[in-house]
Design a protein around this ligand. Structure first.
Ligand SMILES: [Zn+2]
Length: 314
């Protein structure tokens, strides 16, 4: 168990590896399990692993920034009525995490805590905290998915085999996705494998699949990018002749447009290569509204934009 503030506080309630010895396990025999998930990525794992046994409510919909998200009154009610709350932890849900810390009546499981500590980064910019964007290294995310499976088995042991079978299938899909990303990334020449986005959500993606990553804002979107950051990033892009930079669904577009304008003022034309889903999935019912679809979309957008010739496009 790690000594991270949020995780430690919550595991006092959940104890051990997300198991809720100190809370009475609700009797879910003869009814479906009520799950509340913070992010869409966690909700997607719960839907796939839980199947017919579960009802999943995801609190943070498309376009929602988890770093800045504040729990609504409805969220507090949903948390109180849930059998289990699954959240990322690692300080992703900053303000929401505080609400979960205070929750002593519902089992809460920080699924990110199941990721082996040696895989996690602790970037200087994030003041001693771990980088919470663990879903973009698909293999790393598999550990969080396994935590969802284990939590459901603990809660509803009568249906353990259902959860095990569903998880096996879902984890196999993730494995295929991991291979797909590596194959696609390999199409981009190594010196052009640079990913410039609005905030630092893609460091694990970069490490796993061989991209150099530059984000305009820090790990959390809570700090605004300054003009010096814009200028430094613009100089880097112009010098390296990076063909494309990317906007993010959960971060305002203006941050990355400012970079594009600054690059142009240096006489180089960088295009906006498309929108990436960073901290939130796409709309429910769309391809990008699933974890697999979201990550596939991202890699396809990144690879096709970076394969363009520098300065070309518009
Ligand atoms: Zn983020």
């Amino acid at each position: 168990m790690r000594s991270l503030g949020l995780t430690a506080a919550v595991t006092l309630v959940a104890t051990g590896c997300g198991r809720a010895e100190s809370l009475t396990r609700p009797d879910v025999s003869g009814r479906t399990v009520k799950i509340v998930a913070t992010t869409g990525m966690i909700g997607d794992a719960a839907v796939n692993i839980g199947g017919d046994r579960v009802e999943v409510e995801t609190l943070m919909g498309s376009g929602t920034d988890p770093h800045l998200y504040k729990a609504t009154e409805n969220d507090v009610v949903a948390i109180g009525e849930a059998d289990i709350v699954l959240f990322n932890g690692l300080h992703l849900e900053a303000a929401m995490g505080e609400v979960l810390e205070r929750t002593t009546t519902t089992i809460t499981v920080p699924v990110g805590s199941n990721i082996p500590e040696e895989l996690l980064d602790r970037p200087a910019a994030f003041e001693g905290q771990y980088d919470p964007h663990v879903w973009f290294d698909v293999e790393m995310w598999s550990h969080a998915v396994a935590a969802v499976r284990d939590a459901l088995i603990d809660l509803d042991p009568d249906h353990a085999s259902t959860y095990e079978d569903n998880a096996e299938e879902y984890l196999a899909d993730l494995d295929d996705l991991d291979t797909y990303i590596s194959e696609q990334a390999a199409r981009v020449p190594p010196d052009k494998r640079v990913l410039v986005t609005a905030h630092d959500a893609f460091n694990y993606f970069g490490s796993a699949y061989g991209f150099e990553v530059r984000g305009l804002q820090g790990i959390s979107t809570a700090s605004e990018a300054g003009t010096a950051d814009v200028s430094d990033l613009a100089a880097f892009i112009a010098e390296r002749r990076i063909p494309a930079i990317f906007i993010e669904s959960s971060v305002p577009v203006r941050t990355i447009e400012a970079v594009q304008a600054a690059v142009r003022s240096r006489g180089f034309d960088v295009v906006i290569g498309g929108e990436l889903f960073s901290d939130a999935m796409g709309d429910e019912g769309t391809e990008e509204g699933t974890y697999l679809g979201m990550v596939t979309h991202n890699v396809d957008v990144i690879v096709s934009a970076l394969l363009q010739q520098p300065g070309e496009g518009e």
